[in-house]
Write a protein that binds this ligand. Structure first.
Ligand code: SF4
Length: 347
């Protein structure tokens, strides 16, 4: 369980390698299920995020992919402490020192909020319709008392230009803009504080296909310009393929495969990753769709024993129904949780 004291201490397995900006260890988010009746007893648990660990080096864009219900959005929100974790550690490097966000009291968390920002999925509901675009984009600077007056206006105009909008757009309201433009406004608001960590939660899935590529290209350009360290959450693998440096695949609250983006798409190893990639449409009418994923995603309130994917897996081997596979390193940059890649299959 997270410490109640908010103490800052070094993570236990610090190494001599370049320090990651973010180090997540054993992160869990469980939601209790309450029964009916007066006492509302806890009758079950939804394991939305279950023992997730990974490192995120500075300047890297990590794709977090999986079907709806795999836990990726809950993981993203738990990392930012939009919701409190049930257990685990989230070490975030702030001013050169690691800080465990999972254990910080809200008062000490607030100043760190300027360094971590989120880009939301729905550009229609995430912008206040009663505020002008200039006020929306500049609000974080005002709240944190970082700019006002002409300096505030200069920074807002500058940020609008960087996301492809014009200074005259600052005086208009969100309803006057298309979905793609609204997402640009959301991106401008997230980046105006120049955060060191950005989490983009399905930033293009609410947009028309015709504007998705524009917003993805914009994020790619901004990543280079701002040297962004970013977690890009998506259920569509084709979205993360070209923009992310590494991809982590989630299933039933756990990371099941992590690999550099090129390696993952050229040679996926986990059966679930292979099935997801087989479902990515190709612009070739002669190439048939080969979607190899049958059945529903595992219920996080009632996970099957062993590997959570085994009821859907076409390559199930003897230990799969009894033993949960651990995430192991295949190479320095590649990890997988699957019994096909462990030595001992005799369990
Ligand atoms: Fe399939 Fe077994 Fe690997 Fe799970 S551990 S993905 S069931 S082969």
């Amino acid at each position: 369980m997270p410490s109640q004291t908010g103490q800052i201490a070094a993570p236990p397995d610090d190494t001599a390698r370049p320090e990651p900006l973010l180090r997540v260890r054993g992160l869990c988010k469980y939601f209790p299920i309450h029964g009916k009746g007066l006492l509302q007893r806890v009758v079950g648990t939804v394991r939305a995020v279950d023992d997730v660990s990974f490192d995120l080096p500075p300047g890297e864009m990590l794709g977090l992919v999986g079907e709806s219900g795999s836990g990726k959005t809950t993981l993203a929100r738990t990392i930012l402490r939009a919701i409190d974790p049930t257990a685990g550690e989230v070490w975030f490097r702030s001013n050169g020192r690691p800080v465990n966000l999972a254990a910080l009291p809200p008062k000490r968390l607030k100043p760190l909020r300027t360094q971590m920002q989120m880009i939301f999925q729905d550009p229609f509901s995430s912008l206040n319709p009663r505020m002008t675009v200039g006020d929306i984009v500049g609000e974080p600077l005002v709240v944190h008392r970082l700019a006002r007056g002409s300096e505030l206006k200069r920074r807002v105009d500058d940020m609008l230009a960087r996301v492809g909008l014009k200074p005259e757009h600052a005086g208009r309201y969100p309803h006057a803009f298309s979905g793609g433009q609204r997402q640009r406004i959301g991106i401008a608001r997230a980046l105006i504080l120049e955060p060191s960590l950005v989490i983009a939660d399905e930033p293009v899935s609410a947009l028309d296909v015709s504007v998705q590529a524009q917003v993805i290209n914009l994020l790619g350009e901004l990543k280079e310009e701002f040297q962004l360290t970013c977690i890009f959450v998506a259920h569509d693998l084709s979205v993360v393929k070209h923009i992310c440096d590494r991809v982590a695949v989630m299933y039933a609250g756990k990371i099941v495969e992590v690999a550099p983006s090129d390696e993952l798409f050229d040679a996926p190893k986990h059966p679930y990753t292979r099935a997801l990639i087989s479902a990515v449409p190709y612009p070739d009418p002669d190439r048939p769709m080969q979607f190899a994923l049958a059945g529903e995603i595992a219920d996080p309130a009632n996970l099957p024993p062993g590997c959570s994917f085994h009821p859907r897996c076409t390559e199930c081997v003897k230990p799969c129904k009894a033993t949960r596979p651990e995430l192991i390193g295949l190479t320095q940059y590649r990890q997988i949780a699957c019994h096909l890649y462990t030595q001992d299959r005799s369990v």
